[in-house]
Design a protein around this ligand. Structure first.
Ligand code: FE2
Ligand code: FE2
Length: 225
């Protein structure tokens, strides 16, 4: 399957919750921004940079508490947050948020940090699955943005300097090139978060099997005695 069209089909209740939650937020974003892709990117990237930082911090604290290695997850999540922040720093050069959008950004950050932290504490795998689905939507949105730029519906413009430096782009690059590399980043985050959720699912199944085996063994012992 094309990397840009990858979709993780919900397989259990937790996946379906994550998927429906994402689709609900997508509906709100579509209703509010319509085709204002630059503004949409600015506002949504302020939210996108939250989960990696929250998850990284919570795993950091868990690693300290349990005195257990994190298997490299913390750095991956913090890098994701830093990368999303660079998306924001780039799009702020393209579109300046309105007063209403700035207000939404502040309220959304307050609500989303608390909400994501609670979801992560209750179910880490659901939290990663949600980000996986968010990123699927981000890929779709940037593909739509790119189409508008390619068709001329939205005027292309020289790439912001900050983006040229960060992604090491050729000096004559335009916004189209920037949207393409950002979309690749989103596809990367999508795969990482979906695979984190799947790894956690696997661990849960292994733990259940282990419990089942050990309870069976103790039953056999009792019968034999
Ligand atoms: Fe992003
Ligand atoms: Fe993202």
């Amino acid at each position: 399957m094309n990397n840009l069209e990858k979709h993780y089909k919900p397989k259990n209740f937790s996946d379906r919750v994550a998927f429906c939650f994402t689709k609900f937020l997508r509906f709100l974003a579509d209703a509010f921004f319509r085709k204002k892709y630059g503004h949409r990117a600015v506002v949504l990237e302020t939210v996108a940079a939250v989960p990696g930082m929250v998850a990284g911090m919570l795993l950091h604290l868990k690693s300290l508490r349990k005195m257990e290695d994190d298997k490299g997850w913390i750095k991956i999540l913090l890098d994701e947050a830093a990368n999303e922040r660079m998306h924001l720093m780039t799009f702020i050069e393209v579109a300046k948020p309105t007063f209403l959008e700035r207000l939404i950004i502040m309220i959304a950050q307050f609500i989303f940090i608390i909400m994501y932290m609670i979801i992560f504490i209750i179910s880490q795998r659901t939290a990663h699955r949600i980000v996986g689905y968010f990123e699927e939507e981000a890929v779709i949105s940037y593909t739509e943005y790119l189409k508008e730029l390619e068709s001329g519906q939205i005027k292309d413009q020289p790439a912001p300097e900050i983006a040229i430096n960060y992604w090491n782009l050729p000096l004559h690059s335009t916004l189209k090139d920037v949207v393409k590399v950002i979309r690749d980043d989103e596809a990367g985050h999508r795969d990482v978060n979906h695979s984190f959720a799947t790894i956690l699912d696997g661990r849960k199944i292994n733990e259940k099997n282990r419990d089942y085996k050990s309870s069976n063994q103790s039953k056999k012992k009792i019968i034999n005695e």
